[in-house]
Design a protein around this ligand. Structure first.
Ligand code: WT7
Length: 662
């Protein structure tokens, strides 16, 4: 592992000197203050205890803030008992805010909207919890959720939380194969899905993927609850399938919620690691709720009584869990939830929603911002976006150019930008400017937030000097930290806590600038970041090799202007397939076939941008593929040092082979 590959060409970042101090007016109303930093520095655990009691309602107060005696297995807010759903819903109704809109839902088809108040949400989660209980779901049972961006997705998650049944949300863009392995790994008893969802102007089916996922082998799933969204035809298994609307109608309208231990698992979410098998990251209830609510309040600066907040992530990713469902709802915020893509039916859709719903806080990803840049500023310029007051970025490094565009074109030069670094594993924001306090610097996530201790260290785990690069680590446990990998404690220890003694290794390379700001550069392991989505090279390689025509495959992430990284695959064909490829010139149909195969195995997001058919792969004498060299090819660079290759002529063969006219 080296940080050199990721920092190449990024050294210019360290010369970025523009700073944007907060305006006095913003600072005067901001939730974040300099005192938070002081308080956390003087007594970290005391600080977290205060946040825990401030943001969360405990049915039983906790006795101990942190139990780290079995590190790296943490317990936070020991002895405390709470219900996450009660915190996110019931509490607001009881406090007299039931009429406040929780969700302004905007469907992809224009004109289709739903406004749901906290009182209405309360009614829905109670019915849904009873419906799930009627299907046999109880404390500790896992439930898989495979839904489009509709309010029922949030309701389903909250109903599970209400019952103490950990949910495992699988992104709707994942394939039946991917769904199958996640359902099995989590041992889900029930799956909640929909007939379909709207995607780019058309209904797109979801249920067939569930049917296919459950048809393989012996499934732990007993019931499938189906939301009717598009009205399209679905296959129906009378013994197994239940309509969501019928089940909710039949269910009791009141549900008395019980409190669960602070450490009770709230959810599992699968994410790509460095091997082919995705990791089931699991989070506990108490600490997660505390840190998501605290960060949504202090970092996004949400004022629940006046803001309209919009996080554009899908509920299938951790950003949707933490910053659509648990953080904002625990605060009692009003938010926009949008079903579709940014260009349906036109490229101004996001800005039209900002204008119509008077969005004041927008949280989106650099890849989206770069896409909007490409479409041109004339599009956002047509809309009134004066309601915006805070902008957030998440998922991958944001280059200073995109940051400046976001600030000027979307934020009208007045909104602070929070570039928030965190991960599925960290559960909530860890590194970010605090708006109203931190003078911002384009392209840098800047510093750990109050209560978090992060550092950039060298190979030996020693802090690097200002102006140098190294590895990003977290040096103290934090409330929303993952509690482990579902069913695999050894992998948890090995993946995150073994590289540096006593520190959490995030897998990212980072640099410190002369002012001490942290610049996160990207992954230093075999994990790619494509449009802010995490994918492992091994996972895609194994999907390629599962195709009967493929003998061997190597995948690299190549720099891409819009998506950050793009997937490039190098494939060696089996003997029989070689002749066929030769007949088709560069392999035309075969390449398309392989791309579709990856989409079928994992999902469309994993489709390689490019597949290159090669005769050999560059390997070291011990047989390890040298991805660094393949990356040089994929990025059209001069090929680096080949002296450690078992056969140094391989790279010539690859470059020559690829140059041949078709
Ligand atoms: C990886 C985590 C955080 C929720 C969405 C992604 C990269 C995330 C930033 C940022 C630079 C970032 C890192 C990290 N990343 N935010 N602000 N600046 N890089 O969650 O799928 O678990 O991916 O995303 O590489 O390790 P995830």
């Amino acid at each position: 592992m080296t940080t050199e590959a990721t920092s190449e060409g990024l050294s210019n970042l360290l010369h970025e000197e523009r700073t944007f101090p907060p305006s006095e007016a913003f600072a005067a109303q901001a939730n974040g203050t300099a005192e938070l930093f002081d308080r956390a520095a003087e007594d970290r655990e005391g600080f977290w205890a205060e946040q825990a009691r401030r943001y969360v309602r405990w049915e039983t107060d906790f006795e101990q803030v942190l139990d780290w005696s079995e590190a790296p297995f943490a317990k936070w807010f020991v002895g405390g008992r709470l219900n996450a759903c009660v915190n996110a819903v019931d509490r607001h109704v009881e406090e007299g805010n039931g009429d406040r809109v929780a969700i302004h839902w905007v469907g992809e088809p224009e004109g289709e909207t739903r406004d749901i108040t906290y009182s209405e949400l309360h009614g829905m989660v109670q019915r849904a919890a009873n419906a799930l209980a009627d299907l046999g779901v109880g404390e500790g049972d896992t439930v898989a959720i495979y839904l489009p961006m509709i309010p029922e997705a949030a309701v389903a998650m909250l109903a599970c939380a209400r019952l103490g049944a950990p949910h495992s949300v699988v992104f709707g863009g994942f394939s039946a194969e991917a769904l199958h392995s996640r359902i099995d790994d989590a041992g889900a008893k029930v799956v909640i899905t929909a007939d379909g969802g709207y995607r780019r102007g058309k209904p797109s089916a979801l249920k067939p993927a569930v049917d296919a996922a459950l048809a393989v082998g012996e499934s732990p799933v007993q019931k499938v609850l189906v939301v009717q969204r598009t009205g399209q035809d679905v296959e129906w298994d009378e013994a197994r399938d239940v309509w969501w609307h019928e089940a909710l109608e039949a269910a009791d309208g009141t549900h008395e919620a019980h409190a669960f231990d602070a450490e009770h698992p709230l959810f599992i979410l699968y994410t790509s690691g460095t091997t082919g098998k995705p990791k089931g990251i699991f989070h506990a209830t108490g600490g997660y709720l505390v840190q998501t609510a605290y960060t949504n309040h202090v970092i996004h600066d949400v004022h629940p009584e006046s803001d309209v907040y919009w996080c554009t992530a899908d509920i299938g990713w951790v950003t949707g869990h933490s910053y659509i469902v648990y953080g904002p709802m625990t605060l009692g915020a009003t938010q926009v939830m949008y079903e579709g893509t940014p260009d349906t039916p036109h490229q101004g859709r996001f800005w039209e929603i900002v204008q119509d719903k008077k969005v004041s806080i927008l949280y989106t990803a650099p890849t989206a911002i770069r896409t909007f840049m490409k479409w041109g500023r004339e599009i956002p310029d047509k809309y009134d976006m004066s309601s915006l007051r805070v902008l957030g970025s998440v998922g991958e490094p944001i280059n200073p150019e995109a940051w400046m565009w976001y600030r000027e074109v979307i934020g009208g030069d007045r909104c602070p930008i929070v570039d928030t670094w965190w991960q599925t594993e960290t559960g909530a924001i860890m590194i970010s400017p605090v708006p109203g306090v931190t003078p911002t610097r384009p392209g840098s996530a800047q510093h750990p937030i109050p209560g978090i201790d992060a550092r950039v260290v060298d190979d030996l785990g020693q802090p690097v000097e200002k102006g140098s690069g190294g590895y990003l680590v977290i040096t103290e446990p934090w409330p929303a930290m993952l509690r482990g990998i579902w069913g695999d404690p050894a992998r948890y220890q090995e993946t995150y806590w073994s590289r540096f003694e006593g520190m959490y290794f995030a897998g990212d390379g980072a640099k410190l600038d002369e002012d001490g700001n942290i610049w996160v550069l990207g992954r230093v392991d075999d994990v790619m970041n494509v449009s802010g989505h995490r994918l492992s090279t091994a996972e895609i390689e194994s999907a390629l090799v599962s195709h009967p025509k493929v003998a061997e495959a190597a995948v690299v992430g190549a720099a891409d202007e819009t998506t950050g990284q793009a997937i490039c695959a190098f494939v060696i064909l089996r003997q029989e397939a070689v002749a066929e490829a030769d007949e088709q010139g560069e392999g035309g149909d075969l390449v398309a076939e392989l791309r579709n195969h990856v989409a079928k195995e994992i999902g469309p997001i994993a489709k390689p941008r490019q597949i290159m058919i090669v005769a050999e792969l560059p390997k070291t004498r011990s047989g390890k593929i040298m991805r660094r060299l393949l990356k040089d090819v994929a990025e059209n660079r001069e090929i680096g040092d080949v002296t450690t290759l078992a056969d140094s002529s391989v790279m010539n063969m690859i470059s020559e082979g690829l140059k041949q006219p078709s």
